[in-house]
Design a protein around this ligand. Structure first.
Ligand SMILES: NC(=O)c1ccc[n+]([C@@H]2O[C@H](COP(=O)([O-])OP(=O)(O)OC[C@H]3O[C@@H](n4cnc5c(N)ncnc54)[C@H](O)[C@@H]3O)[C@@H](O)[C@H]2O)c1
Length: 431
């Protein structure tokens, strides 16, 4: 099928490369001309395992191409995916400006029979809204159908998640259009749920809110474990064997972050408010998350043995999780900025995103390796679970530091081994 993808970011680029891999003819558009130029040469602007190979295969066999401007991709396409950003607006609601702009831009060029598919995470009612915006902008509503097809991929394993998803959800009033969208996924073995657009849109928000709830729940249990001298890792293991609960998302840490959970929970709370429903559980989830960031700052202060205004803190890891270069709403950056506000000197290291972080946060003193970052520090705050942190020479780290203390916000290291090496060690929810 001839497919257009609008927005060549984490979701759009993965969708485009994977659909080309499945045999479709894909044109990806972005508004960013430099990004398009790099992608056309096979240079991938994001860190995502397996994506470069798929993009380059697609370019070589000419099933994948990149253009500037949504209309240039949408002209002549049978299916057009909207994969632009939907950031959090000032009132917490999802900001649909980017989606609206694309809908207006492509409406006049769509061929009769085109299906426009919203893959961006958008609030309930957006499918109808996009249809309205497009008909106001000149698309014939008789001939163009809008569907919802939310995306569930995880950064760091986006390609695998796209090609081996747990489910595919399509929300569409028109059964014929839903069938055509489902045909795009031929070759992928996953349960297919075809439903109405509002339910499809809600499935995405409910899924992310539920996962955020698991994270805040295990963080709350971890905090309680610290108070009663239990070990949250043992607790999570004992809980996870129960199939009704499972092991996923039961890892305590500095709180969730990234480009999805914070904005999607805020947007769902906004939807609830508008609908007159008081979503107390979700308010609690968001509050626990905020407190968890602050709790890590306090752990750093205590472990440093000084006031923060006098402390040198080495932050290891800046991305919101390992195996991605995404810094959006990263808890590590939130914590680093709190430390800077409190007057601490923050020396940072990240395997991938150090340069980008330094641009975003000028107060951050970014270093090229974890040993340099630790030099003269009173405490190391390990904030992202990059595997390389497990395998460092911790004698060298200790010798470089002014005061050997580690706050392991990801429970990545072995507490007794660290203490044997002479560190003051503090994890999350364990001794
Ligand atoms: N990142 C994830 O892990 C993830 C997972 C599931 C769903 N989502 C949702 O998918 C959507 C996209 O997220 P993302 O992380 O890929 O965003 P992103 O910011 O990485 O990518 C968006 C891209 O759209 C481009 N764009 C903006 N306006 C445009 C226009 N008018 N024409 C052409 N291109 C335009 C931007 O330049 C950018 O490259 C969001 O709604 C997000 O919530 C994201």
């Amino acid at each position: 099928m001839k497919v257009a993808i609008i927005g060549a970011g984490y979701v759009g680029l993965t969708t485009g490369a994977c659909l080309a891999h499945l045999g479709h003819n894909v044109t990806c558009a972005d508004i960013d001309a430099e990004r398009v130029a790099r992608l056309s040469k096979g240079e991938i602007p994001i860190h995502e395992e397996g994506l470069a190979a798929l993009v380059n295969d697609g370019l070589t066999n000419r099933r994948l191409s990149f253009v500037v401007g949504a209309a240039n991709a949408a002209r002549g396409a049978e299916i057009v995916f909207l994969c632009v950003q939907t950031p959090q607006g000032e009132d917490g609601a999802a900001d649909l400006t980017y989606v609206e702009n694309v809908a207006r831009e492509i409406a006049p060029v769509l061929a009769p029979g085109t299906v426009v598919v919203n893959k961006s995470t958008v609030p309930v009612g957006s499918t109808r809204y996009v249809q309205r915006v497009m008909s106001e902008a000149g698309a014939s509503t008789d001939h163009v159908t809008v569907a919802s097809n939310p995306e569930f991929l995880r950064e760091g394993q986006a390609v695998r998640d796209f090609l081996e998803p747990d489910r595919i959800v399509i929300g569409c009033e028109d059964p014929g259009a839903a069938v055509r969208v489902s045909e795009l996924y031929r070759g992928i073995h996953a349960p297919l749920l075809v439903t109405d657009p509002a339910s499809a849109e809600m499935i995405k928000y409910a899924s992310n809110a539920f996962l955020a709830t698991k994270v805040s729940f295990i963080n709350a249990i971890a905090n309680l474990c610290e108070a009663v001298d239990a070990d949250v890792r043992e607790v999570a293991l004992g809980m996870g064997y129960d199939k009704r609960i499972g092991f996923e998302f039961l890892r305590p840490g500095p709180g969730y972050g990234g480009s999805c959970f914070p904005k999607d929970t805020a947007a769902l709370l906004h939807t609830s408010l508008k609908a007159g429903y008081n979503f107390d559980v979700l308010h609690g989830v968001v509050d626990v998350n905020r407190q968890q960031h602050e709790r890590m700052v306090d752990k750093v202060r205590v472990a440093s043995g000084r006031e923060l205004s006098d402390a040198v803190v080495a932050v290891w890891g800046l991305t919101f999780k390992a195996d991605t270069d995404d810094l959006r709403d990263s808890p590590a950056l939130v914590i680093a900025s709190r430390l800077l506000e409190a007057g601490a000197t923050v020396r940072a290291y990240d395997p991938i995103a150090g340069e980008q972080a330094a641009i975003r946060m000028p107060g951050l003193d970014v270093h090229a390796d974890p040993y340099d970052a630790a030099a003269g520090a009173d405490v190391v705050a390990l904030l992202t679970e990059w595997d390389e942190f497990r395998w460092l020479d911790f004698n060298r780290v200790r010798e470089a530091m002014r005061h050997p203390a580690i706050v392991d916000a990801r429970n990545l290291l072995d507490p007794s081994a660290m203490r044997r090496r002479g560190f003051v060690y503090d994890g999350v929810g364990r001794r």
